[in-house]
Design a protein around this ligand. Structure first.
Ligand code: GRF
Length: 208
């Protein structure tokens, strides 16, 4: 059984999707072992507590640098024998200290079809504003391994939805969450926990 840590900074709807998937037995060979938040009063922590998952808060402002915070994070992960780290709306910059220990074992969800609308500055509603400004007809979500370069690690799963004529950033965000993010993230974590993801260069092969 692999130990999963979920890193959050906000509302935690993706965390909830993981909690619900676990309750349905859909995280095969994995257990949500800890939820780590970058902020003390976020709703994601309530969701974890309701589900009986231990929590921990590591505020960035308690550390002199991103590196200091990352080193503390890695210590905590090692102490808990965490196998896979899931970033589910984690808004704090981490340094390579994390990827050196958790190589191809940090998973992120991004609310667009990478490489579109990704990279520095592309987070939250901005992603959907940019997609609508550009006039794309489809958008979606991407689950990928995290590397040092922002939103550029090997892609695990992607799913698309249509952009509708009257979409606002908010309606597009909601459709992508419901139809893509909340499905893809538990699937990817379950595949990881079953050792069914093989990374070859930029490509992630999904083993049967
Ligand atoms: C999601 O849109 C996710 O794709 C992005 O941050 C948002 C987090 O939302 N990385 P939530 O906290 O899971 O509700």
């Amino acid at each position: 059984m692999k130990n999963i840590a979920v890193l959050v900074s906000g509302g935690g709807t993706n965390l909830q999707a993981l909690i619900d998937a676990q309750a349905r037995g859909e995280i095969v060979n994995g257990r949500l072992s800890i939820v780590i938040s970058s902020a003390p009063e976020v709703y994601a922590l309530e969701r974890a507590k309701k589900a009986g998952i231990p929590t921990c808060v590591l505020p960035r402002k308690n550390y002199p640098s991103s590196q200091g915070m990352t080193v503390a994070l890695v210590e905590k992960l090692k102490e808990l024998a965490i196998d896979v780290v899931v970033m589910a709306g984690f808004m704090t910059i981490v340094t390579k200290d994390l990827f050196e220990v958790y190589n191809n074992a940090v998973i992120n969800i991004h609310p667009a079809l990478i490489p579109s609308f990704a990279g520095p500055g592309c987070y939250g509603l901005h992603v959907h504003e940019k997609a609508l400004e550009y006039g794309v007809k489809v958008s979606g979500a991407t689950v990928h391994f995290v590397t040092e370069e922002c939103d550029a690690g090997p892609i695990i799963l992607q799913k698309a939805v249509d952009v509708l004529p009257n979409d606002t950033p908010e309606t597009l965000q909601r459709r992508i969450m419901e139809q893509c993010e909340w499905k893809l993230l538990p699937q990817a974590v379950s595949l990881f926990c079953q050792d069914r993801l093989r990374v070859e260069g930029r490509t992630v092969q999904i083993l049967p």
